[in-house]
Design a protein around this ligand. Structure first.
Ligand code: PLP
Length: 426
């Protein structure tokens, strides 16, 4: 926040505490708001300048942020550019993402990805990306960016050799490696450290390849990509960060210079997150650790039940993976918990999968994930309906696949629900 009282300035409070303690105070100085214990909402489109000189200086600093003095207030101008609630959400998120120097809040996960790419890439560049990715991301990469001269190349296997092959082939044109790990919906893990190491080998003075990780499924509670070598971390805040299926939001975190550029693109593209949404995100960040750990604990029980069921062909979830598999090794290396997303394949195809979806009563039939309630959906015909048959075949995204995002209910209720619904599948 801007100005304030030293005693209450959150930067001076509890500096040695753990992130889950600091997130409660981060970003907010009560001395500014009548000592309100909780963060107010600032529903204003514009901000008053104390003098014309202040206004001039704030505009100057907006386009020359590097010239800001150490204790100089960067100033608030207009809510498309910035707002206290945006800053509070960013400061709280920053506490939870180790290694990140700055954060930008955006109005959706898709906006986080598109704004980041538009800010950091140029025509002629290539994005190498782990396939599959979320259906919207895939559409952006395959259908939209090529129109602007940005090419994309999917990598169908998490093996580093596949990435190296592409880096050798396209040499200097690869400007970004975009990894979604684990992937939506196939729950495939990519070794972030290995891919970041590879990018380091090919990086040159002319081509500073960026490694961007979509950390929506595991982070920030169970996975932090920056200490593993990633440059940028992206979130759909709609999921675990918001956590109640009641908002749409996103974040990009990374180095100061990259985030500064992303924020300037955010302003001109008009990708503003409104104050109320930022306030909801800030409120939700206070409980993310509790929620995500409970969802994950429940998911492990449900995955064990599904893995044992005779009508289920295969379950993809860390705790039921073969302990010798490379997927399990990657999971152990970079995640602190298995997460709340389970993908499983039912015996049969679309008919059987739809029958299960139509017969559940406690699980809710809806796309999205990361909320307090368990959501179930059919990726091939819903979130990933746009993905080409060829890509679906290559990544095993079949009609028998179902994705479950486990919530905070009593897991026995979800297991009973699935048991009854599976009993009705012919
Ligand atoms: C992994 C992942 N990234 C990005 C997105 C896009 O997020 P949003 O819907 O907030 O734009 C999603 C949405 O489901 C997702 O699952």
């Amino acid at each position: 926040m801007h100005g304030g009282n030293e005693k209450f300035s959150w930067k001076n409070v509890l500096p040695n505490c753990k992130p889950i303690t600091r997130v409660l105070s981060a970003g907010y100085d009560p001395a500014f708001s009548e000592m309100s214990a909780k963060t107010p909402i600032f529903p204003t489109s514009t901000f008053l300048f104390k003098s014309a000189e202040h206004g001039e200086r704030f505009f100057y600093l907006m386009s020359h942020p590097e010239e800001r003095g150490q204790d100089e207030d960067p100033g608030l101008i207009y809510s498309r550019m910035n707002n206290p609630n945006m800053e509070i959400a960013e400061d709280k998120m920053l506490v939870l993402e180790p290694g990140a120097e700055d954060a930008a809040v955006l109005p959706s996960g898709m906006s986080a990805i598109s704004t980041m790419c538009l800010a950091l890439l140029k025509p002629g560049d290539i994005i190498l990306y782990s396939a599959p990715v979320y259906g919207g991301t895939e559409h952006l990469f395959e259908m939209v960016f090529p129109k602007f001269g940005i090419e994309t190349k999917p990598v169908y296997s998490p093996e580093a050799s596949e990435y190296r092959g592409n880096l050798d082939k396209y040499k200097d044109r690869i400007a970004m490696i975009f990894i979604e790990t684990p992937t939506n919906p196939t729950i495939v893990h990519t070794d972030i450290q290995e891919i970041a190491g590879l990018a380091g080998e090919y990086r040159s003075a002319e081509n500073g390849i960026k490694v961007a990780v979509d950390n929506t499924f595991m982070g920030p509670v169970f996975q932090n990509p920056i200490p593993l070598g990633a440059d940028l971390v992206i979130y759909s805040a709609t999921k675990f960060i918001g956590g109640h299926s009641d908002l749409i939001g996103g974040f990009v975190l990374g180095k100061k210079g990259d985030i500064r550029l992303i924020k300037s693109y955010r302003s001109v593209l008009g990708a503003t997150t409104d104050p109320f949404c930022c306030w909801m995100i800030s409120r939700s960040l206070e409980t993310i650790d509790l929620r995500v750990k409970k969802c994950s604990e429940n998911a492990a029980k449900i995955a064990a039940f599904l893995a044992d069921h005779r009508k289920i062909k295969k379950v993809v979830y860390p705790t039921v993976l073969d302990k010798e598999s490379s997927q399990y090794q990657i999971y152990k290396k970079q995640c602190r918990g298995p997460g709340a997303l389970i993908s499983f394949y039912i015996n049969g195809g679309k008919k059987e999968a739809f029958s299960l979806l139509d017969n559940v009563e406690v699980c809710k039939l809806a796309v999205s994930l990361g909320g307090t309630e368990t959501l179930i959906q059919h990726p091939r015909r819903m979130t990933h309906a746009d993905v080409s048959d060829d890509m679906c075949e290559k990544v095993g995204l079949t009609d028998s696949m179902i994705r479950l995002s486990v919530g905070i209910e009593d897991p026995d209720d979800i297991i009973d629900d699935l048991k009854k619904a599976l009993g009705k599948v012919g």
